[in-house]
Design a protein around this ligand. Structure first.
Ligand SMILES: [Zn+2]
Ligand SMILES: [Zn+2]
Length: 256
């Protein structure tokens, strides 16, 4: 599989996954023009995108979708709640449900239920014969049922949104701070590091820090928390490459 993070932050989220002859976008939260350019930079024509998976209806995940669908006609996959929130019709969407695994060519997709202030948000476990990618962003917590299905993946794309101290001491309004901290909000550095310490296995080679807040987080806070938690949990993370996703600068393509 090829995995390419195009943009990740509360300003916009898009990633690209390629396997066999499937060319897949996950979310479409930046403009069509920007997505097209980012794909062109790695030699992919946007017209060849075959599928788009949408995690949820918040604008930082779907901003570019309408325009994109004017130019290309990939298969759209999302939950019923997301479909309704986006007011799309039945014939436009392949409705998928949490824990209802399905296959597109050589790719297995397991949608994962998340806890976020959206109608029916989903994360994803993508797997083929060689590798597994877990894609989780915008959630207040991960349930036991999700955790036990996503152990020992090759790559984790995992939200590490905020440092709680920076968040509570920010100039943000109280209701927004509460929204982020509650169980339907976003994962903190500590939450993400703790979950990762439970999930990491022999096959794990990459962790991508996703949806990092620009105001309430820093690379140093993320690194410090991860090291503290992984050491406290006595986890060997020497085989793992840690990468931070950027708001408006694509990462290098990762081949798994
Ligand atoms: Zn988001
Ligand atoms: Zn969201």
């Amino acid at each position: 599989m090829k995995f390419y993070v195009i943009a990740s932050s509360s300003k916009g989220n898009v990633s690209y996954l390629e396997t066999g002859n499937k060319k897949i976008l996950i979310d479409a939260g930046i403009s069509y023009t920007k997505i097209k350019k980012a794909l062109k930079d790695i030699g992919v024509n946007i017209k060849h995108v075959t599928d788009i998976f949408i995690t949820h209806e918040h604008s930082d995940h779907v901003k570019g979708l309408k325009v994109l669908m004017r130019y290309i006609s990939p298969k759209l996959h999302m939950s019923l709640g997301t479909k309704e929130a986006l007011q799309l019709s039945d014939d436009e969407v392949n409705v998928i449900g949490a824990f209802e695994e399905f296959i597109i060519e050589d790719l297995n997709v397991l949608p994962l239920p998340l806890s976020h202030d959206a109608r029916e948000p989903l994360g994803f476990l993508f797997s083929n014969a060689k590798s597994k990618i877990v894609y989780i962003t915008d959630t207040g917590y991960l349930s036991k049922g999700v955790l036990e299905r996503i152990e020992n993946a090759t790559l984790y794309y995992l939200e590490t949104n905020h440092d709680p101290y920076l968040l509570t001491n920010s100039t943000r309004p109280y209701y927004l701070i509460n929204r982020i901290l509650n169980e339907k909000g976003h994962l903190s550095n500590y939450d993400a590091a703790y979950y990762f310490s439970k999930l990491i296995g022999k096959e794990t080679t990459h962790l991508i820090h996703a949806h990092v807040s620009e105001e309430c987080n820093t690379s140093e806070h993320i690194e410090k928390t991860y090291i503290e938690v992984l050491k406290a949990q006595k986890v060997d993370f020497s085989n793992v490459t840690f990468i931070e996703a950027k708001p408006d600068e694509p990462l290098e393509v990762i081949e798994l």
